[in-house]
Structure formats: C-alpha cells, structure tokens
Design a protein around this ligand. Structure first.
Ligand code: NCD
Ligand code: ZN
Length: 348
C-alpha cells in the first residue's frame, strides 16, 4: 500500500463517552484507550453514578477492564439528581476523582429517568459548582412531549439553558453533543463559561440517513440528527479552530437486539473509527491543520487541564481501509458507525 500523507497530532481526548459496565465495558474500552488518552465518562448506568463513591467504584472497574498496555485516564462525572449532595460533589472535584457533573433533563434520553425536573431543587449544587469552578455537562433537550423532537434542542436553549446561565453566570457549562445551527450560534454568541462538544456522527449524517429509503436504526441517536443546514453549521464550527468547540464522540454502544427493535435504543458506536472519520471530514473541509485543536487542545483548555504529552500519527492510504461492521462484545454484537464513504486515514 502506498502511503501518501501523514499527520501527527497531540493525543486526543474524548469529552463525552459512554463505556457502560460489565461485559460491554470490556468489549469497548480498548477502542477508546487506543486513540484517546482521557475521556469524560457518562454516568447514565442503571442505577446511575450519583455519588463520589459510585464514581470511585466505576472508575476502578474501568481501569480494571482497560488493556494493560494503554494509558487511559477516565474523567468521571456524576449524574445530577434532585437529591444530589453539594458537599459530596465538591469533595469529589476537589480531590480530583470527579471532573464534572452531568445534567439530564428527566426523560431526555437512555437511562435518564432520575434526571432533573425542578431546577430550584438543584440550585445549591449548581451554586457550589460555580464557586469551585466545576464544569456542568448538559444534555440540551427539553422533554416536553408537545415539542417536536427536531426542535427540542433549540427550545431547550431558550427555555432552560439561557435562563440557567443568567441565574448562575459563573457556572462553566458544556453543551453536550450540539446538533443545530441554533446551538452553534448560541455558543459563539456567548462571551464566557460556555463551550460545546460535537460528535463524530453529527458531522457526517443528517436526518435522511435515519429516515430516507428505509428506517435505519443504527443512525438513530439523541439528540437526533437534524437537517443538512445544521450539519453544515456543525462542520463549520468544528473545523473553525474556535476554542469553544471540541470532540465528544458520544459513542454509545447498544447491542444490535436493542437497536433493531420496534422501539430501538438511541446511540451510535463510533469509538473504533472516530479518528479516521474526523480526519476525513477535516480533509474534506481543507482544515486538517485544525484537527488537533478540535481533538486535542480545545477540550483540555476548557476543562483547565494540560493537553497530553504523547502524540498519534494518522496515515492517509491511497486504498480505503476497513473497519469491522460489528464488534463482538460479551454482551452481544454492536454495529459500528458506517460513515457511508470510504475511509483512508488510519491511526498508526
Ligand atoms: C446515549 C446512551 O445510549 O446512553 N444515547 C445517545 O443516543 N446519545 C445517551 C445520550 O447521551 O443521550
Ligand atoms: Zn451521550
């Protein structure tokens, strides 16, 4: 195979990742630890990771499942509930065990039943976090059944996020997996304490991938992919170099039986081919020089962490490289995200 191009960048981090637990964790962790040095670990297990002692136990299970040869630091998050204890959360942050708190509006997505309904109840936690500089990761969708699912992010910004930022202006917020031009515009128009993660798949698919020519459950995730104009806004933001945007894959494995179902689960599995997909997207946008900012620099800067010391090298092959259609996990097969174009970039 003739190699035409290489690109060396500081080792990436994944600022939004679902690793699950047990056999699924063991089946997927190696794909993240191979390319990413650190990842913000989502707490939506059943039951959720709520307290610092839940987080310590989960971190230990992740470290035990990780391939021994890989350096990988799980950055733990706590699931915000109306009963969360501000002192427990603060102590977890201050001793370095916990990196952020995750806000799911109750019922917004997979395993979010314990999420927040009444924001007054979580004000003491949010105020404490603002005081100590602890970031809040937000799943930005309203859950009001009367709001069209394609509008839930835009309505969330208006009804929940903007009022929340006015109420606790010193709180550092990450709008997770932003999927709309509205979200991008809201982030770029804010002067401080707001950033956003963007997933791999939302840079690649629009809602046609899910719905046109047949219903394709492996492209269904939450927030659901939107119209093409939104995908284009996300690509412009990701490839701009703007420090407020960084990768959060939201790689969210579900076994095929739960996806290929009359009521299939939301979630797309991208850990294994994310770096190849991203290099492709950035090359298409003539922005390979901005890839490192998006995957390796902007995230740590916003989280007030140093960037990694290691590097990875991506190689562009003339011939397409292949990934498995599915990975086998002890929990069952998981379909890998298919970007619907040939991939040429490979992590060395
Ligand atoms: C996530 C999951 O499966 O845990 N699913 C998804 O579609 N992204 C939950 C989430 O992050 O919303
Ligand atoms: Zn997620």
């Amino acid at each position: 195979m003739r190699v035409t191009k290489t690109l060396t960048i500081i080792k990436p981090d994944d600022w939004h990742l679902h690793l699950r637990d047990g056999a699924m964790l063991e089946g997927v962790i190696g794909h993240s630890s191979r390319h990413f040095a650190r990842a913000i670990i989502m707490p939506n297990l059943v039951p959720p990771v709520v307290t610092t002692s839940d987080a310590a136990a989960y971190r230990d299970r992740i470290l035990a499942a990780k391939p021994k040869a890989d350096f990988f630091k799980p950055l733990m998050t706590l699931y915000l509930t109306e009963q969360s204890d501000p002192n427990d959360i603060a102590s977890g942050f201050e001793n370095g065990l916990v990196s952020a708190v995750k806000l799911y509006p109750a019922g917004a997505t997979t395993n979010s039943a314990s999420g927040v309904k009444d924001f007054d109840k979580v004000m003491p936690v949010l105020q404490k976090m603002a005081e100590i500089g602890m970031p809040l990761c937000v799943h930005g969708e309203v859950t009001d059944a009367s709001i069209d699912i394609f509008d839930r992010e835009a309505v969330f910004i208006e009804r929940v996020l903007d009022p929340l930022r006015k109420r606790v202006p010193d709180l550092r917020i990450i709008m997770e997996h932003v999927t709309t031009k509205n979200g991008v515009d809201y982030v770029t128009s804010s002067d401080k304490n707001l950033a956003a993660t963007i997933t791999t798949h939302h840079l690649i698919i629009n809602r046609n991938a899910i719905l046109a020519g047949g219903i394709r459950p492996h492209y269904y995730c939450l927030p659901v992919a939107k119209r093409e104009e939104h995908r284009l806004a996300l690509r412009a933001a990701a490839t701009s170099g703007d420090k407020r945007f960084f990768i959060g894959t939201d790689s969210a494995p579900h076994i095929d039986d739960s996806k290929e179902h009359s009521c299939g689960c939301a979630g797309i599995y991208t850990s294994i081919n994310t770096m190849s997909c991203l290099a492709h997207v950035f090359e298409q946008e003539n922005a390979l020089d901005k890839l490192e900012a998006f995957t390796s620099l902007n995230g740590p800067a916003y989280y007030n962490m140093p960037h990694n010391d290691d590097t990875i090298t991506l190689i562009r092959h003339d011939e397409p490289i292949t990934f498995p259609d599915k990975i086998d996990t002890g929990a069952g097969p998981v379909t890998v995200f298919d970007p619907m174009f040939p991939l040429h970039w490979e992590v060395q």
